[in-house]
Design a protein around this ligand. Structure first.
Ligand SMILES: *Cc1c(COP(=O)(O)O)cnc(C)c1O
Length: 245
């Protein structure tokens, strides 16, 4: 089968599963953005996704993205898809990431947020959409703010980073055999997105970036608005010689 045909079938299957999860949760599929994670595929495959109507693409490494994305013609059209940065972000890469990407999901410290705000001013970018990444499972080696730090970080950003628009929170559930194991972590993220304002009132941040190939349906049931899906979309495609991790 031609790769585009395989990709189209995979995409249709993923969209059907998103719709199924939405139905179980009494949600509208339009509330859930499929963010296609293209970090393991080449420019031609990325372009095929755009041709199939995918409107949101994600990469996790600035350098690899800088080499690949110029070779994706659909990213240079006026109505191009939105580009999401989802990987660990060092402060010295912020400027380049801002030049390439529309949304950053992996803001894991106030220091990094400050740097993004500062660079946005330098670049004349009026607003940058971000998610704060939270280490929901409190695993020592995973990146992200500790759950207990999230609300204080939001207060600091509101005071010090006027160029940043915090869409919501992002997390990665720990690897597990069963998708169900991720549920408490996703639920925790949703609860953290309710930010106390005063006198017992809280406001909910609008977006939750959670759920990957192996657990996105559970994430949608728990309120995900952005699911980041890679490997499931590319199942059955011939492997690349030089696939990034
Ligand atoms: C790679 C990656 C994904 C997609 O993972 P799959 O299991 O391939 O769907 C999602 N989020 C982040 C942060 C990633 O690095």
């Amino acid at each position: 089968m031609h790769p585009a045909v395989i990709l189209e079938q995979n995409l249709r299957a993923v969209r059907a599963r998103i719709a199924g999860a939405c139905e179980r949760a009494s949600r509208e599929p339009a509330e859930v953005t499929l963010v296609a994670v293209t970090k393991t595929v080449d420019a031609a495959t990325t372009q095929m996704l755009i041709d199939l109507g995918v409107r949101d693409l994600a990469e996790n490494r600035q350098q690899a993205a800088a080499e690949k994305l110029p070779h994706v013609p659909g990213l240079h059209d006026p109505g191009r898809p939105r580009l999401h940065f989802i990987g660990p972000l060092q402060r010295n890469k912020v400027r380049r990431v801002l030049e390439q990407f529309d949304v950053i999901h992996s803001v894991d410290s106030v220091k990094l947020a400050d740097e993004i705000n500062k660079r946005a001013i330098e670049l004349g970018r009026p607003a940058v959409d971000i998610f704060l990444q939270v280490n929901v499972a409190a695993e020592g080696r995973k990146q992200g703010l500790e759950p207990a730090e999230v609300h204080e970080a939001l207060r600091e950003l509101a005071a010090a980073c006027p160029r940043l628009r915090v869409l919501g929170l992002m997390c990665m559930a720990p690897q597990a055999d069963r998708a169900e194991a991720a549920r408490p972590h996703f639920r925790r993220l949703r609860e953290l997105a309710h930010v106390p304002v005063n006198c017992g009132l809280s406001v909910a941040l609008p977006s939750l970036s959670m759920g990957m190939s192996n657990d996105f349906e559970v994430a949608i049931e728990e309120g995900a608005t952005h699911v980041r899906i890679g490997s499931l979309l590319f199942e059955g495609l011939p492997p690349l010689v030089d696939a990034g991790a």
